[in-house]
Design a protein around this ligand. Sequence first.
Ligand code: NAD
Ligand code: GLY
Length: 347
Amino acid sequence: MLSLDVKIPGKEYKIHIGNKLFNEADVLLKPFVENKKVCIISDTNVFPLYGEGMENAVKKAGGDVFSLVVTAGEEAKSFKNLEYLCREIISRNFTRSDVIIALGGGVVGDLTAFCASVVLRGVTLIQCPTTLLSQVDSSVGGKTAVNIPEGKNLVGTFYQPKMVLIDTDTLTTLPPREVACGMAEVIKYGAIRDKQLAEALLKGEFKAEEVIKTCCSIKASIVENDELDKGERMLLNFGHTLGHAVENYTGYGTYSHGAAVAIGMCTITAWSERMGYTEKGTYDTIKALCEKYSLPTHIDNLENMTGAAMHDKKRSGSRISIVLVKKMGESYYEKVDVSLLSEIAKG
Ligand code: NAD
Ligand code: GLY
């Protein structure tokens, strides 16, 4: 098992990563769940695979467990589900010292974390992410959200978990499209902060526990400096502004989030290299990485899709933050006029 600390002052927590970690989850859960009511929230794909094991671990650790299961898919991140979860939890006489466990991908993680942050004005949250994306990204850092018709993730809170348990064995049941989706975020970490990670990925070296630990360490260090997303944390959005434009224009689900981010990372780097802001060859490296991990690198007419950026949370007036890679492993962000996005989108 590998472990690391997230050191946000006053909100410190540990991330534990291991193969078959859920089998020994009772030991790690015990300090949090013993003699507590524990609600596991999961989805209709994940619960049949890992729900019973997690329930047993909580029981073994001395918790009084029940589970709530939402229909899998992005639509689960809704106010309707939030209300359903809060009402179910409160009807079971939950108190503020009780515990909620998110067992699933980023959808379950975001919805559950939002619920944990507001029900009874905040209860203990433990994240047990089961997709690569949620293991390297969404389970760490405390962003919670539901979607509204105006856009994705537009309503949410910042709420840190008390512990993150990552069982890399859950990746064995993950569909290939979802693995590729997570790889886009892994490539992102290599591009913005870790040249060695990028080089290893390019050689096809992928040891899940180590890669996930590296990504979580990068995310932890960024979040420690900027929990509330006012500066450095924006680096995590490399490729995302154009990626959101692709997802929004083509209809969510046509391109996976990771596929859209991959297009975004390649396109903005093609532009920034052409403009002289990025070391030559960087675009080729990022493109090669995306291709190696079955991700697209281009979409026609991206310049016509950038209107969605008006709903981007990173926008302030007519300015929006863009993230550029200076060279592999080194990145920075700057504010530009939103109108520049359609130019950037030409690559
Ligand atoms: P997801 O949660 O929808 O999971 C993808 C699919 O895989 C779902 O059908 C799910 O049921 C299934 N699944 C999950 N684990 C599985 C497993 N081990 N075996 C088999 N099937 C499994 O999607 P995701 O990509 O994990 O997360 C996407 C969400 O994360 C988006 O809503 C996005 O906004 C959010 N997100 C949040 C943050 C953050 O910082 N909070 C960061 C990035 C993304
Ligand atoms: N996924 C972006 C963030 O956590 O800030």
